[in-house]
Each structure stands twice: as structure tokens, then as C-alpha cells.
Design a protein around this ligand. Structure first.
Ligand SMILES: Cc1cc2nc3c(=O)[nH]c(=O)nc-3n(C[C@H](O)[C@H](O)[C@H](O)COP(=O)(O)O)c2cc1C
Length: 191
């Protein structure tokens, strides 16, 4: 049986559905895809951590998160821009991996746009004098500096591959979408 006969959803509508879900995750605070895992390669070892998905752009194929410019992940993607975002929804049992190249913006026109919209309570997160991961005496004794905007980083991943997996009782379904020059190439793949 061809995939189109076995599956009521076309790859094209599935692709639209993926970007819709990503878009919803940026505005719905309880959406499970709002807090994906971002995996990066370096600088000294592979690492993975939760981030908040801040913005999605289907046409530009972009995923955006914020970070402190002094973090391990920022140092890592500066050396090796290849990164993977992993999303999981335990209710629908859908996993999405989005692979792409990540660019770091610090103290430029891009960061200024997002900084303007950031509540003051969030801005404070970027004002710590100690670097993220640096040893401190106690969490309640952290000194804060006066120039948090200079430590605010925006990470933008341009996605070139989406790997979608849905677990189902009868059979699992997996599809891969690859950006090929100017369009998405889509295939069903064996889970
Ligand atoms: C729910 C949740 C959301 C988080 N969101 C972010 C985020 O948007 N950006 C970020 O840099 N760290 C975020 N963190 C903290 C990271 O997971 C991580 O601990 C921190 O960024 C240091 O990571 P690194 O040393 O690998 O760079 C979040 C953690 C949790 C638990």
C-alpha cells in the first residue's frame, strides 16, 4: 500500500501541522512544545538543555530562543553552529527533531528588538555578575550588574531538516522533511 493510501494525512498537510504546532507553542504557555531540548556540540563536549521557544518563522525556517551570552551553549554554537531542537508532546506522543545552523546575536539590532519586549523581571535574569555555571557562595547572594542587555543573547536556528515521529498503538509513523535549495522535500520513513 502506498503511503497516501495507508495514511489519511498528506506529507504536505503534516508539514503545515508541524509549523502550526510550533507557532502555537510560542503563545500557549502550557503547550508541551514550548520547552524543547536544545542539543549542541561543543565547545568541549555535546550538551543538551531545556530552553523556551520564543519565536517561530515558517517562511524563514527560524526557531528562536534567548540565553545569557556567557553560557556553555552560546560558546558551543559559536564554534559549531549545528544544533538540534527536540520537542515532545506526551499526550499526542509526537516527537519532533529540528536540525539546523544556529547564529548567536549579542548586543545588536536583533537583540534590541526582543529586549524592548522583555518584562523587567526577565531582564534581571541576564544581570548576574557571576557567569552562568560559575561557583557562588549561595543562590540568594548573587550580585547583579547594571548592563544586563550586554549579556542578553538571541539564538536563531535556521532549520534544514525536520524529523517527525508519532507513536500509535497499531503502528508508529515517521516522516522526514529536508530543505532542498528552495523547497521542502518530504518522505515517509520507517520509524
Ligand atoms: C523550564 C526551563 C526553561 C528554560 N529556558 C531557558 C531558556 O530559554 N534559555 C536558556 O538559556 N536557559 C533556559 N533554561 C536553563 C537551561 O536549561 C540551562 O540550565 C542553562 O541555560 C545553562 O545551560 P548551558 O550551560 O548548557 O548553556 C531553562 C530551564 C528550564 C528548566
Amino acid at each position: 500500500m502506498r503511503p497516501s493510501e495507508a495514511h489519511p494525512q498528506s506529507l504536505e498537510s503534516l508539514h503545515g501541522d508541524i509549523w502550526n504546532r510550533l507557532g502555537q507553542a510560542t503563545s500557549d504557555l502550557s503547550h508541551p512544545w514550548r520547552t524543547p531540548t536544545l542539543a549542541t556540540a561543543g565547545p568541549d563536549h555535546p550538551d543538551a538543555r531545556i530552553v523556551v521557544l520564543r519565536e517561530v518563522d515558517l517562511h524563514e525556517r527560524k526557531l528562536v530562543c534567548f540565553s545569557d551570552s556567557r553560557t556553555h551553549k552560546v560558546a558551543g554554537v559559536r564554534i559549531q553552529p549545528a544544533a538540534t531542537w527536540c520537542f515532545y508532546d506526551p499526550v499526542s506522543r509526537i516527537q519532533l527533531r529540528a536540525r539546523g545552523e544556529t547564529r548567536v546575536h549579542v548586543y545588536n539590532s536583533v537583540t534590541r528588538l526582543y529586549w524592548e519586549k522583555l518584562p523587567h523581571s526577565s531582564r534581571r535574569l541576564y544581570a548576574t555578575v557571576p557567569r552562568p555555571g560559575e561557583r557562588i557562595l549561595a543562590p540568594w547572594e548573587i550580585p547583579f550588574g547594571d548592563h544586563p542587555v550586554e549579556q542578553f543573547a538571541v539564538l536563531v536556528t535556521t532549520v534544514h531538516e525536520l524529523d517527525w515521529l508519532q507513536l500509535k498503538p497499531e503502528h508508529h509513523e515517521r516522516a522526514r522533511f529536508r530543505w532542498d535549495a528552495d523547497s521542502w522535500e518530504a518522505h515517509w520513513v520507517c520509524p
